[in-house]
Design a protein around this ligand. Structure first.
Ligand SMILES: [Zn+2]
Length: 258
């Protein structure tokens, strides 16, 4: 890329100690996608720089790309997500999503829609008065579905993944690896191909559709049965295993107190 210094708005996703006195940061930027850079001396002395590079904030970031490394020149905190910083439940909700994005995004893959998807999510988690335990899994799953969709893994919930015909009530099966619902006709026509397709309840499909489309505010106020939320979370977990695998098979809701 032809730049030596860039200035952009960013959300710090992860940071880790790097070499003796530095820290290595990964940020989601509005204008350049994911950027990984080093904060020189961020572990000693330059306390102001390090403080502004803490997560759960929107920052104005200026970084420079040298021959061997990318380094931060200046950082100004533009907005801090206060309740996120202070509340463990909220941090867990956010950190799970940020780590996943960090892992699956290539550097300098600019995607402003993704940036705003993450920003909206963090704003919601930060502003919500309180989030009932039962709703946390539903919310995080909803974000994961949106994230997968934005990264190109759109789950087919309306039309059959094979013949593209509209899915009719009670006439479908589910295949996570192939990306969604398959109609009974297709399953009957090619039993071999759809061997692993499993039955899924109408209600679970409803929860999936709602979770992907509805505003987070509306998701918080739903009262789905616990069994359906559990089914929902298993389905989202399966989808993530196929499309956004992490190093472990730890379910995405691990750490959320449910
Ligand atoms: Zn079909």
């Amino acid at each position: 890329m032809a730049w030596s210094a860039i200035k952009t708005e960013a959300i710090i996703m992860t940071s880790a100690p790097f070499r003796e006195a530095d820290r290595r940061y990964s940020a989601l930027t509005r204008d350049f996608g994911k950027v990984v850079f080093t904060g020189r001396g961020a572990r000693k002395g330059k306390a102001k720089l390090a403080a502004h590079l803490e997560p759960y904030a929107i920052v104005d970031l200026e970084i420079i790309r040298g021959r061997r490394s990318v380094t931060v020149i200046s950082v100004e905190r533009q907005h801090a997500f206060r309740s996120l910083m202070q509340d463990l439940d909220r941090r867990i909700l956010t950190q799970a999503s940020l780590s996943l994005i960090d892992k699956h995004l290539k550097e300098y893959d600019h995607d402003e829609i993704l940036y705003h998807l993450v920003l909206d999510w963090m704003n919601f988690v930060d502003n919500q008065e309180s989030i009932e335990k039962k709703q946390q899994v539903l919310l995080l799953g909803s974000f994961m579905l949106r994230l997968m969709q934005q990264l190109g893994y759109e789950v087919a919930l309306a039309d059959c993944i094979a013949c593209k015909e509209r899915i009719m009530p009670l006439a479908f099966r589910w295949h996570g690896g192939k990306g969604g619902l398959v109609c009974s006709d297709c399953v009957h026509k090619d039993g071999q191909e759809w061997f692993a397709a499993r039955t899924i309840e109408e209600e679970a499909v409803k929860v999936l559709r709602f979770a992907r489309e509805a505003a987070y505010e509306d998701i918080v106020s739903t009262n789905f049965e616990r069994a359906h939320v559990e089914d929902f979370s298993r389905i989202v977990h399966d989808l993530m295993q196929y499309h956004l695998p992490m190093d472990t098979s730890t379910p995405f809701w691990r750490g959320l107190a449910v």
